[in-house]
Design a protein around this ligand. Structure first.
Ligand code: NAD
Length: 345
């Protein structure tokens, strides 16, 4: 039997746990897994592109457990009443190869993406940051805001989206949670005076949601939405002005904002910063850029956090998806008819 967390159970677990505590727990798990970076078998995700989207498989293993996520990215989906990003994932035991957990990961991806962003900002953003600009207030946005409050105490937001409805929904969701929100009329107005800029838009194009003139010294940029070949958000002129931090270079060079730069352009790997082996923020004037694309270890960490959190609870059911005959040499017994048929009792 495999533990199965469907959407209703994920919602129940998260509502009972609280979104900010869950994000904090996932952030600490991701940080602890990045610190033991060398333990992992790492692979850039396997992407299958179409004209309007992408479907990806994201595997990682630490030699004891193996995890993978199935995830899509279809920016035109909301216009069809569907999510841009949906996902599910599996955790398995390396020793037997048997899956141990199968779970929805659309919500879990929003949690882990936000947890990663805030965990990274904790080492890169100005220490006295109080205000975050958010460009793009779609599905990921509320989770990003809650993560930055949980880990950095940020509760002032300056928000902009090209779709007024997305801004309405964001405000309706977040004002009751105690955020101070300025609804801007442009990206430039949103970023004015912000210490952190989160770009979280969806467009299957080399878009420019943040232009060079909007970026002042000292700011931290949390660039989430540029995560596929030909899908970027930042004016390329911003990048050489800052220090760029990435998850896994072989993946980010292809998918991240740095696809706009020379393949040799210097970058810093986050795991080295988290281990104290590379510098993060070194001055008040420094521009730091987290070129986020989403890496499989973050999903592995989220899966392993969830597995521990639901242990001994009723936030899961069990599903019989491993065909396992009593005699391991006799798989046929499970489908045999007549005299050879086993009792199904
Ligand atoms: P979404 O479609 O729900 O929201 C995107 C929002 O961006 C929409 O409200 C849209 O109106 C807005 N937008 C588009 N172009 C804009 C522009 N030029 N200026 C301002 N707003 C603009 O998508 P989502 O689920 O919130 O995901 C956002 C992005 O984050 C996607 O590109 C997705 O692929 C990416 N993502 C990255 C990671 C990661 O780990 N880096 C994880 C999950 C999602």
């Amino acid at each position: 039997m495999v533990r199965f967390v469907d959407v209703p159970n994920m919602r129940r677990w998260l509502i009972d746990t609280g979104i900010e505590p869950a994000i904090s727990g996932i952030a600490e798990t991701i940080a602890s897994d990045f610190i033991r970076w060398q333990d992992f078998d790492k692979t850039a995700r396997v992407a299958s592109h179409s004209d309007i989207g992408v479907i990806e498989l994201m595997p990682a293993s630490d030699g004891r457990q193996y995890g993978f996520k199935y995830v899509n990215g279809h920016p035109s989906n909301p216009a069809r009443g569907m999510q841009t990003v949906t996902a599910f994932g599996v955790l398995a035991d390396v020793d037997s190869g048997y899956p141990t957990l199968w779970t929805e990961m659309t919500i879990l991806t929003a949690l882990r993406t936000a947890a990663t962003s805030a965990m990274v900002a904790r080492v890169l953003a100005p220490a006295d940051a109080t205000t975050m600009a958010m460009i793009g207030t779609g599905s990921q946005a509320e989770f990003q805001a809650l993560a930055f409050r949980a880990l950095l105490g940020i509760d002032r937001l300056r928000v902009w989206d090209t779709d007024p409805r997305a801004l309405d929904v964001f405000e309706e969701n977040m004002r009751p949670l105690g955020f101070d929100i300025l609804r801007a009329n442009s990206a430039a107005e949103a970023v004015a005076g912000a210490h952190i800029i989160t770009t979280c838009t969806a467009d299957k194009a080399n878009a420019t949601v943040l232009t060079d003139d909007m970026v002042v010294p000292g700011v931290h940029i949390n660039a989430i939405g540029g995560d596929c070949p030909g899908k970027t958000e930042l004016d390329a002129r911003i990048l050489p002005r800052g220090d760029i931090f990435v998850e896994y270079p072989p993946q980010t060079r292809i998918e991240g904002e740095i696809q706009q730069l020379d393949a040799e352009h210097p970058i810093t790997e986050l795991w080295q910063v988290l281990r104290g082996e590379a510098a993060g923020r070194t001055s008040d004037e420094q521009i730091t850029v987290f070129d986020s694309v989403g890496f499989a270890i973050e999903d592995f960490s989220a899966l392993r956090y969830l597995a521990a959190a639901i242990d001994g609870t009723d936030y899961f059911t069990e599903v019989d998806i491993i065909a396992e005959p009593a005699d391991p040499k006799n798989l046929f017994a499970l489908v045999a008819q007549g005299a050879a048929a086993p009792s199904l009792a």
